[in-house]
Design a protein around this ligand. Structure first.
Ligand code: NI
Length: 172
């Protein structure tokens, strides 16, 4: 397994629409394993393949709390089948938008169809943090970041700070 570099906004690759995965094979499982290791190392609760520069419809998620046993989930070609009318507000962050957080309102529950680590079709009814995380990560597959859900003013401020931090990082 290997740690993969995580792209950060405003990297234009994060705006790409990812392509469906054609086959869940050993190469894809290697990528899934590397993404999981990268996510745990960061640390984060979710990671989409495009965040490591691979434009495939693939996510890894583990919302287990600190001190709880790990519960990795792999989602290949996830599709939303249903969302609740009830909404939930979470203070979201993203490994591609480091050190910035904002409240985002999304459906509180979702039903998602996907292929698992072995390529078997599955459905999940997600609630709580998992529901929010799934929607956040699925947004990445369509080139959408959580800051696209907040005001243009706040988004512009965050992107300017990220650009500045990257410039400083490049020289320092
Ligand atoms: Ni994210």
């Amino acid at each position: 397994m290997a740690l993969l570099p995580i792209l950060t906004a405003p990297d234009p690759r994060l705006k790409a629409v990812s392509n469906p995965v054609a086959a869940v094979d050993d190469d894809l499982r290697r990528l899934m394993d590397d993404m999981l290791e990268t996510m745990y190392d960061a640390p984060g609760v979710g990671l989409a393949a495009i965040q490591v520069g691979v434009a495939k419809r693939l996510l890894v998620i583990d919302t287990a709390g600190e001190g709880e046993a790990r519960q990795p989930h792999f989602f290949v070609n996830p599709e939303i089948l249903w969302v609740s009318e009830e909404l939930a507000l979470y203070n979201e962050g993203c490994l591609s938008v480091p050190e910035h957080y904002a409240d985002v309102e999304r459906p509180a529950e979702v039903r998602v169809r996907y292929l698992d680590y072995h390529g078997n079709p599955q459905e999940i009814h997600a609630t709580g943090l998992l529901a929010t995380c799934l929607q956040h990560e699925m947004d990445h597959l369509d080139g959408i970041l959580f800051i696209d859900h907040i005001s243009a003013l706040k988004r512009g401020m965050i992107l300017r700070k990220l650009k500045k931090a990257q410039r400083l990082g490049a020289v320092g």
